[in-house]
Design a protein around this ligand. Structure first.
Ligand code: NAP
Ligand code: MG
Length: 412
């Protein structure tokens, strides 16, 4: 650190960045990334929120609300992975209760849409040969089966869909099914407001990144529910984007979900794929593994008011953490954490008009990608990389040191 301070003038980040710390192996790696790759080079004001599970418990989860509010105040946050507690975790951490998912709380506060993008390197070929460019996914994060009501039908009877208008006008009622025996029913919903903000977020994000936007539903079958999604996207496009997209040579493409899946498999990638909630849940995991590793997937929450929260798509890597706690070294991959920081720094630099901050983040990304391309990588990547005599599995700290050596040269 002393050597670096002599050779590098620190780059100043103007506005505080909201730093949201987390749990387990990602918390350990978070510290290493900061100490080795960021703090020696940056003069960076940080608004720190400790969302480690113990501290969430101590503050009755108030710290999660405070972190969300800080993102609203400053505009840009960067978040480490956090434990969503279940019964086992309540015991393990001696918690007062099963606190809700911090990501759920922050998402609800910011009313945001989550975009995920794979990090591509030359020596890790995607499972689908033609995917030479990243496929970005925008997942609607509200409603459908994730806010459902379900009934296990015990036997014969009538299932109905009923809506009682608040203004006292006539009740709307439809028969779902006349059951002759046991079965199941499910009620799901969405709101025009939520679909509209999802559509707006997707058109904005695709426009910012100059990517074609794909959207798909099953409106041939779901002629009211899915058709509403299609209509809202079309209205948003025509009202606010058509001219801009045409001028920028950007395409908005709507098709049926099954057709979209078939076309994606033959495409070269390079689009933003807007997905309904369930489609996004399933397809983002498929894309993550097809591009090589969960640890090579970044995620950003974009709110309609223009707030951004960057994070890794993966969890806290619990199994590696237990090894680390036993004193063993692990080869956990910090790439998605590094790219969460670079994503946040680039956005901060863009909003602050400090191109030197954007430039630093870009160089850190390049140094990280080149390290893997030179053959130095963590275990998850070694398993899927193109075989080469140069390939070498290293521990996390060695990997970060190798990135730092390249970054150091780039910044001189
Ligand atoms: P996970 O942490 O994503 O890990 C699942 C497995 O994927 C790991 O055991 C590891 O496989 C591999 N992996 C993930 N990230 C890796 C990395 N950076 N480097 C190397 N390998 C990596 O998911 P989980 O074990 O199901 O969940 C653990 C905790 O994370 C849970 O408490 C959950 O609540 C939380 N979680 C948080 C978030 C978030 O905050 N965004 C998201 C998901 C889950 P191997 O063991 O085979 O090496
Ligand atoms: Mg999923």
């Amino acid at each position: 650190m002393n050597k670096k301070q002599k050779t590098h003038e620190k780059i100043t980040v103007k506005t505080p960045l909201v730093e949201i710390d987390g749990d387990e192996m990602t918390r350990v790696m978070w510290q290493w990334v900061k100490e080795k790759l960021l703090l020696p080079y940056l003069d960076m004001p940080l608004e720190y929120y400790d969302l480690g599970l113990k501290h969430r418990d101590e503050t009755n989860d108030q710290v999660t609300m405070d972190a969300a509010n800080a993102i609203k105040k400053y505009g840009v946050g960067v978040k480490c992975a956090t434990i969503t507690p279940n019964k086992d975790r309540v015991k393990e951490y001696n918690l007062k209760k099963e606190w809700p998912s911090p990501n759920g709380t922050i998402r609800a506060q910011l009313d945001g849409t989550v975009f995920r993008s794979p990090i591509l390197v030359k020596n890790i070929p995607p499972s689908v040969k033609t995917w030479t460019k990243p496929i970005h996914i925008g997942r609607h994060a509200y409603g459908d089966i994730y806010k459902n009501q379900e009934i296990r039908v015990p036997g014969a009877g009538t299932a109905q869909l009923v809506f009682k208008p608040a203004d006292g006008s006539a009740v709307i009622c439809q028969t779902i099914h006349e059951f002759k025996g046991p079965g199941i029913i499910q009620g799901i919903h969405n709101t025009d407001k939520s679909i509209q903000s999802f559509a707006k977020a997707c058109f904005t994000y695709a426009f910012d990144l100059k990517l074609p936007l794909w959207f798909a539903t099953k409106d041939t079958i779901s002629k009211t529910y899915d058709a509403r999604f299609r209509q809202i996207f079309q209205d948003e496009y025509e009202k606010n984007w058509k001219q801009k997209y045409e001028d920028g040579g950007i395409e908005y493409f709507f098709t049926l979900i099954d057709d979209a899946v078939a076309r994606i498999m033959k495409s070269e990638g390079g689009m933003l794929w807007a997905c309904k909630n369930y489609d996004g849940d399933v397809l983002s995991d498929m894309l993550g593994s097809a591009y090589g590793s969960l640890a090579m997937m970044t995620s950003v929450l974009v709110s309609p008011q223009g707030f951004f929260e960057y994070e890794a798509a993966h969890g806290t890597v619990q199994k590696h953490y237990y090894k680390y706690m036993k004193g063993e070294k692990t080869s956990s991959n910090p790439m998605a954490l590094i790219f969460a920081w670079t994503g946040a720094l680039k956005k901060r630099g863009e909003l602050d008009h400090t191109p030197e901050v954007v430039d630093f983040a870009t160089k850190l990304e390049q140094a990280s990608l080149e390290t893997i391309e030179s053959g130095i990588m963590t275990g998850d990547l070694l398993r899927v990389a193109t075989p080469s005599s140069k390939n070498k599995q290293v521990y996390t700290e060695e990997f970060i040191d190798a990135i730092d050596a390249r970054l150091d040269k780039k910044l001189l």
